[in-house]
Design a protein around this ligand. Structure first.
Ligand SMILES: *[C@@H]1O[C@H](CO)[C@@H](O)[C@H](O)[C@H]1NC(C)=O
Ligand SMILES: *[C@@H]1O[C@H](CO)[C@@H](O)[C@H](O)[C@H]1NC(C)=O
Length: 199
């Protein structure tokens, strides 16, 4: 390689950013709005519990929903707002918990500093794999660059079944029920938000 080539490559790398040096793939940022249907397998203490989740990510409006149907169990509505307030409620039992998570919801580029792990086959798909700060392992389909799934460090594996870019859940669904506001106090502290942002 001639000196001129080195200078040219170095310059290109500076313009493209640091990932150029390592030559590793980077995860595609999340679309600003999408709906994903997720199949969750939560394994802890040797037991696995299954759920189906509707994930409505809406960065534009500063909100994120996880509507969680546990197998033959409760349906939990988990609405997270970017101002830090989270509501987790059960419409049948009329119970609600209000949390404060100051960090808000995940940024679309929250994986930009994730560490590349290589290629793995997951659910029969060839995926690029990254690890995000001991928080999650993230799998992206090599062919389409769609998220294939992620594994939270708590043992929750989210398998992406459908992924609709640009889909938005209409406003009325986001309104938390009145009993969410009965208690004046918001729970603070070490609550780790497993389905959205994190501490
Ligand atoms: C859930 O995960 C456990 C542990 O990895 C595995 O043994 C089990 O087969 C999985 N169940 C389903 C339905 O994927
Ligand atoms: C954050 O936004 C939600 C939805 O608009 C609202 O219900 C909640 O009170 C807000 N929280 C704070 C701390 O302002």
């Amino acid at each position: 390689m001639k000196l001129g080539d080195v200078v040219r490559i170095s310059l290109a790398c500076i313009l493209l950013g640091s990932t150029c040096w390592a030559g590793n793939p980077v995860p595609k940022p999340w679309p600003l709005q999408f709906h994903a249907l997720l199949f969750e397998n939560f394994t802890s203490d040797g037991n696995s519990r299954l759920s189906i989740l509707d994930l409505w990510y809406d960065w534009v409006n500063g909100r994120n929903y996880n509507i969680i149907q546990n197998q033959l169990g409760q349906k939990i509505w988990d609405a997270e707002w970017t101002n830090g307030t989270s509501f987790k409620f059960d419409l049948e039992q009329k119970t609600c918990t209000r949390f404060s998570v100051p960090v808000g919801i995940l940024r679309p580029d929250f994986l930009s500093d994730a560490r590349y792990f290589g290629v793995e086959t997951v659910d029969t798909f060839t995926c690029n794999v990254w690890e995000k700060a001991d928080f999650m392992t993230y799998y992206e389909d090599v062919e389409t660059q769609r998220p294939l799934g992620w594994l939270f460090y708590t043992g929750r594996f989210e398998h992406v079944i459908t992924f609709e870019e640009g889909a938005v859940l209409s406003d009325p669904y986001w309104q938390a029920p009145s009993y969410c506001f009965d208690d004046k106090v918001e729970l603070q502290g070490e609550y780790v938000r497993e389905h959205g942002a994190f501490l």
